[in-house]
Design a protein around this ligand. Structure first.
Ligand SMILES: Cc1cc2nc3c(=O)[nH]c(=O)nc-3n(C[C@H](O)[C@H](O)[C@H](O)COP(=O)(O)OP(=O)(O)OC[C@H]3O[C@@H](n4cnc5c(N)ncnc54)[C@H](O)[C@@H]3O)c2cc1C
Length: 235
């Protein structure tokens, strides 16, 4: 039987996750509770859904999105720039968008992530709770080191920058082969089977793999084409 812990604070949730072997956080549950989830059905969960902030506000010239905001909350907010709404719309199912949180998507670190390339292009800084209490971590560092056991509390985004996104998938509800974001802060991408690219150099050098999604040659080709297309549009 699965154990679900519900603590009264972020601190206690963090400590619980550290003390229970294999435990993962539960936010929207669209990843951890999904059929064929990499999280096993008997894996203990620490439910943080009622503890993480959900508000979307402007603060110190940046856009701050509470970790518990869902994809649909982001789309519905008048404060959010269109490129980030477009990234949230890549999750085609509205029922999933109403369940899945932005922080859950980041923490999942999926190589077909809907949001991570766009958020990297938005110079995102994560506000997290971890071993040293609350602190800020650039999203690029978080992704580079493969995440951490910390709880993401909020995301701070440069909403004044320009970002263009493009996702290549067989259908709107299929896993993406390539998801690229190009903007003021550079070129970022995730490639199925290969992981994340933080600039064009990474994209050129990364090892592309043949898998059920597509061939390595195709993914390499469309990744390059997406970057060129987005740069051309940016003009
Ligand atoms: C049919 C289907 C298809 C999907 N396809 C895609 C896809 O193509 N691309 C994609 O990116 N996603 C996909 N997803 C996965 C999922 O919907 C998203 O990644 C979602 O954003 C996860 O958010 P959540 O709130 O539901 O997280 P949960 O499922 O609750 O948690 C997911 C992970 O994030 C961690 N986590 C959650 N919140 C926090 C936090 N605040 N701090 C630290 N860690 C946290 C948990 O420990 C867990 O490991 C798909 C899901 C389904 C059901």
């Amino acid at each position: 039987m699965r154990q679900i812990f519900k603590e009264c604070s972020i601190k206690k949730s963090y400590e619980r996750r550290r003390e229970v072997a294999d435990a993962v956080y539960l936010a929207g549950g669209s990843g951890v509770l999904a059929l064929k989830s990499p999280v096993k059905p008997d894996c203990p969960l620490v439910d943080i859904s009622a503890l993480v902030p959900k508000d979307i506000v402007k603060k110190d010239g940046r856009l701050v999105i509470g970790a518990g905001a869902t994809f649909q909350d982001v789309i519905d907010s008048a404060l959010v720039p269109s490129w980030l709404k477009d990234a949230c719309h890549l999750m085609a199912s509205m029922s999933l968008r109403m369940q899945a949180t932005v922080a859950g998507n980041v923490a999942s670190l999926r190589d077909d992530s809907y949001l991570i390339p766009a958020l990297l292009a938005g110079d995102t800084i994560l506000h997290v709770y971890g071993e040293e209490g609350e602190k800020d971590v650039p999203l690029a560092d978080y992704v580079h080191r493969g995440g951490c056991s910390c709880i993401i509390l909020a995301l701070s985004i440069d909403d004044g920058c320009k970002v263009g996104i493009h996702r290549i998938a067989r259908s709107s509800s299929s896993h993406s082969a390539v998801n690229v974001a190009v903007g003021t802060h550079g070129v970022f991408a995730c490639v199925k089977g290969s992981g994340f690219a933080f600039d064009e150099d990474d994209l050129g050098k990364m090892e592309y793999v043949d898998d059920i999604i597509d061939t390595a040659a195709y993914k390499r080709y469309v990744a390059r084409e997406c970057v060129d297309l987005l740069k051309e549009v940016d003009g």
